[in-house]
Every structure is written in C-alpha cells, then in structure tokens.
Design a protein around this ligand. Structure first.
Ligand code: CP
Length: 352
C-alpha cells in the first residue's frame, strides 16, 4: 500500500518523499495497464467538483473522462458565472463572492473531492497567491483537494511526464532530462510545469539540466528542494543560460515557455511589468526547438511538451510532429495518471 502524501494533492512534488512518489508512479502505470472492466467501479458513487479559473483542454477533458470511466461523477462549477466567486478574506464583495472556507466546507458536506485550477490573472499574477488559494481550500475541506495547476506547481502534468519517460526507457535513474525555456509570443505561462517536472524528475533520480536565458530563473526554493532530492539519489541538477549546451546529449528534451518571475508584481495593487517582460522574451526569439537543436541530443532522444504548444515559436513542426515527439502519449497519460491520483485519494484500497 502506498503511503498517501496527505489528504490532498496540491504541493506533492515539493513535499512527498521520493520513495513513495516512485512507488506511486509504478502504481499509476499498473492501473493504466488494467483492462477497462477492472477499473469501471473504482470510483463508483464518487462526485468531484471541478473549478477552472483558467482555460483548459487536456486537464478538463482527461479528468472528466477518467472519472466517468471509473464510475464517478463530475460537477463543473464555473467560477466565472455559475457560482459565487470563491474568495479569500480581504478580497470579498457582497453577493458576488463567497469565502473559500465556506465553499470548501459546503462541498465537503455532499461531495468526495474538489479540483481547482488557478494561476495568472485570477490571482493578480502575484507569484504564490494561487497556490495559497488552493491550499486554503485544502485547509478547510474535509475531502481531498486536487491542484489542477497553480502558479507554482502542475503535479498532474509532472506525473504524466514521468510516466511517459518511463514507458520510453524504463528506469529513469541517471537518464538525462533537459528542461528548457522556449520562446512564445505570449508571456502568460506560469512556471508550474517546469517546477513540478524538476522536482518529480529529481525524485526519479534523473540527471537534469535546466536551460533558460538570463531572467527566467525558477523559484530558488523549488530549485533548492530539487537539489535535495537529487543529492539523495546521487543524481545532478545543472543550470545553464546556453540553449545548445542545455540540450547536448539529452535523453529527453522538454522545452516550453514560462514567464519571468522578476517581472511579476509582489502584491495585487501592482501590475505586471509587461514592457520589461516582453523585452526579455523578444531577446530570446532563437530559443526554438528545431531539427538542429534535436541533433545535439542523443539519437534516441524523446521530445516532450505539456501542450498547448506554440508551433514555429517554441518548436518547429518538424520536431513536434516528427518521430521523436512523445506529445500525444504524454497527453494520454494525463488521464491515466489522474485516474491513479483520484483512486489513491478517494479509494486507496483500489490502487494495488
Ligand atoms: N497541459 C495542460 O495542462 O493542458 P490544458 O491547459 O489544456 O489543461
């Protein structure tokens, strides 16, 4: 039996012990391999409430589909119009918002889990505040709370990423993963994906290179925690500002865009420094994964992206649509990984 990371699935990449995380990845892959008939009742009678403060294709559809395939029921609560907007103390507006602690407790009276996505605009782009919002749900809910991506972590994505790499090569220990920044015409992407992946891959014992132009450093607390996991597994983390150096000899290249934490506001009364942010992005237009980039990596290299991808900006079509690309298998693993997460949280005995 896997020792759960606690009631919730929020900051697991940061907080869950590597040994338990590794066991869970194995269990998720086993669950994926089971015939559908053996999974159809795992969440029989369970209801999960979904709140998306941001757009989503994969997370929304994979959670809903996976839950239905396991006998559960999804209720979509639209914070934009369908419900009173959940709010923290100090951000309340009469008859427009409802305090998070009340929402969490009410839903806990009749449901089995609450799943939330929030980053960026809905939290004023103040780094860490969306994570705090989801944690506030976790503190007050009597049922599990699932982080479907906040401004710090995307633990459902990282699980799918690790599953996909394991399916490709087996044991991930000492395999070389490059997590690279890539150019996009939009700066509006949080650091959640690279940060969760960095932590999860370090727990799996991978040798990781983080590559990004100056100004795109990840959260130092996250990097320090990842270094701790890497030290425990005798693996390594290296950071470079040189794109070519970053991808050289990689077994996996995972390149996507993320915003600069340096240009985000520190409180909600301030605005994003869009001019500074855009300038930084435009200086790094050449950070695009193309065939030349992939030729620097190992011949057996796999290309990963969480999607949605900006073709001809983050990556050329020849790479993302080419033979090294694992993106659809990776997207498919979103559902399989989340099925394991929901089973562990709501029916732990069902996860062998
Ligand atoms: N990768 C990911 O989370 O995709 P969505 O934004 O479509 O959910």
């Amino acid at each position: 039996m896997i020792e759960k990371p606690g009631k919730d699935w929020i900051d697991v990449d940061l907080t869950w012990a590597a040994a338990e995380y590794q066991k869970f990845v194995e269990a998720a892959l086993r669950l994926k391999g089971l015939p559908a008939v053996e999974k159809r009742d795992l969440l029989d009678g369970r209801t999960v409430y979904f709140m998306f403060f941001n757009q989503s294709l994969r997370t929304r559809s994979s959670f809903h589909t996976g839950l239905a395939k396991m006998g559960g029921h999804a209720v979509h609560l639209d914070p934009g119009s369908g419900i009173y907007l959940p709010a923290l103390p100090g951000q309340e507006i009469p008859y427009v918002t409802e305090r998070v602690s009340d929402v969490a407790r009410v839903l806990s009276e009749f449901g089995d889990a609450i799943a939330i996505r929030m980053y960026g605009e809905p939290s004023g782009w103040v780094y860490g505040s969306a994570n705090e919002f989801i944690n506030e749900f976790g503190r007050h809910a009597g049922i599990p709370v699932i982080n479907m991506e906040c401004d710090r972590f995307h633990p459902c994505q990282a699980l799918a990423d690790v599953m996909t790499m394991k399916e490709r090569v087996g044991d991930l220990k000492r395999r070389k993963l490059t997590i690279s920044w890539a150019y996009s015409g939009s700066w509006h992407k949080p650091v959640a994906v690279p940060q969760s992946l960095l932590l999860a891959a370090a727990k799996m014992g991978m040798d990781i290179t983080v590559a990004h132009p100056p100004g795109f450093d990840l959260d130092p607390a996250v990097v320090a925690a990842a270094r701790g996991f890497a030290a425990d597994s005798d693996s390594s983390i290296r950071i470079t500002n040189d794109f070519a150096d970053g991808v050289t000899d990689a077994d996996f290249v995972y390149a996507k865009s993320w915003c600069s934490l340096e240009h985000l506001p520190t409180n909600r009364s301030e605005a994003v420094d869009e001019e500074g942010m855009t300038k930084l992005f435009e200086q790094a237009r050449d950070w695009c994964v193309d065939d030349r980039t992939m030729a620097l990596a190992r011949e057996s290299v796999g290309y990963l992206h969480c999607l949605p991808a900006d073709r001809d900006q983050e990556v050329t079509p020849s790479v993302i649509d080419g033979p090294q690309s694992l993106i659809y298998q990776q997207a498919g693993n979103r559902m399989h990984g989340q099925n394991a997460i929901m089973t562990m949280l709501m029916n732990p005995a069902g996860l062998a």
